[in-house]
Design a protein around this ligand. Sequence first.
Ligand code: SF4
Length: 518
Amino acid sequence: MGDKQRSLPGLPVPGSGGNGAEVERSTEPRLKVVDRRQLLLRTVDVERLIPEDHPARAIWEFVGRLDLSGYTEQVRSVAGGAGRPAFEPQLLLSLWVYSYSQSVSSARAIERLCEHHPAYQWLTGMEGISAHTLSDFRVTHAETLHELFVQTLGLLSADGLITLERVMLDGTKVRANASSHRFRRKPRVEAYLKEAREAVEALEAQTEEESSRQMQAAQQRARRERQERLELALKEYDKLEAAKSRVKRVSTTDPDARVMKQAEGGSAPSYNVQVSTDAAHGLIVDIEATQAGSDYQQLTPAIQRIEQNMQRAPEQMVVDGGYISSHNITEMAKRGIDLVGPESENKSAATNRRKSYKYYGVSAEYEASKFIFDTQTNTYVCPQGKRLRYDAKQESHGTRRYRYKASKLDCQTCPAKSQCCPRARHGRSIERSELLPEVAEFRQRMKTDEAKAIYKTRSQVAEFPNLWIKAKFGLRQFSVRGVAKVSVESQWVALTYNIQQWIRLLWRPKLVSKLVPA
Ligand code: SF4
């Protein structure tokens, strides 16, 4: 604001009468006028741009405790060599962590914020950083970032914030950077790829007169990128076919994305992000973006990753019904991990069996329950007094099934065949089933008050980081494409979340006790 006082022409300047005569006073209000033409030179105390308790200081301090040699080893600029020095990894890491904590996930937005935002100016020391540098740093150091995440877990464990006594696993669907309308079947993608290859070749054959060099380079880049995406989409079909997947359409924008059901209803191209949270203080001990639409195959891989990250397995895993299967129950029992999850009896199997009796024309008097089991001989006796002998066994849905078969001759000559097994070409067979011991023990344990009380805390602990990541960090949709890059972005978010919790749990209370001594 300029310091000039406005005086209007034709009016006396207030207080100018010096001869004792009464001075006519103006009723015009005195206003300060904005002067935008002035040039100002100001001193800026960078250190005082943000207050003592600003989270940017805490992030800088935490990142400073990490061993960043994994990043510095990759810096190509050397002392005394040509070219500009590289930005220090502590700065780039702190910038990204602070940005994610402020729901900023765009390198261009950070570049702009570095020009005027006090927290960004404090972090950079008022240096400008290009979006290109920031963007490269975020996605090209996947392994180093993972090592850093592991280091972070080590520091948080050393501070007593992670115990692994109880870990809660939950999956959340995060939208992919792809449109639902770009999913195509294989023949269509092959046709697109042929067109894309022809377009690239045609562009390469163009002379400079037909197109400016700059425009040609831009067009070539765009068409090559399209060609690469389509080639990736075709590779994805090969993977799906090899895995005998039922998925028949692949996105031409992000071939790794899958159409998944959303919690709020409907379906959308997404990734299933698996988040393991330590119950002691709600810190994330593992995060992984997967292409799986359902959760039940994700429990064992999550435990393997936690073991790799922490060098030991959790003592207890708490999961929702989507992870409970006989395979997971037996696998956790084998690993000595206490599994807690909702008991889910397979009611549909019994319903299906009843339906199948009707379908096969079996009358009520000849249902399996009317056959008597003889434990001595391990055989069944049918209502007509014939024996059904043990034939085979199989395990599924937490149950071991034993099959018993009647002889073909007995059934073919039986007067009750039309009621018992009208469609059987050989002989009637029935199944005896028993729960696997691990499944029986699990179901028994889940009926206890202790297990029910533990499970009640699941949604509060396990779903909190998922909600926080979406609501506070704005990660409702990934800003990058491909499962590898999406996993990197997930790691950034988990790192940011953990550092934020460290600020809340340790850094801020310590600062308060320092500023306000008891
Ligand atoms: S059809 Fe076979 S199993 Fe059924 S009642 Fe007759 S003999 Fe027994």
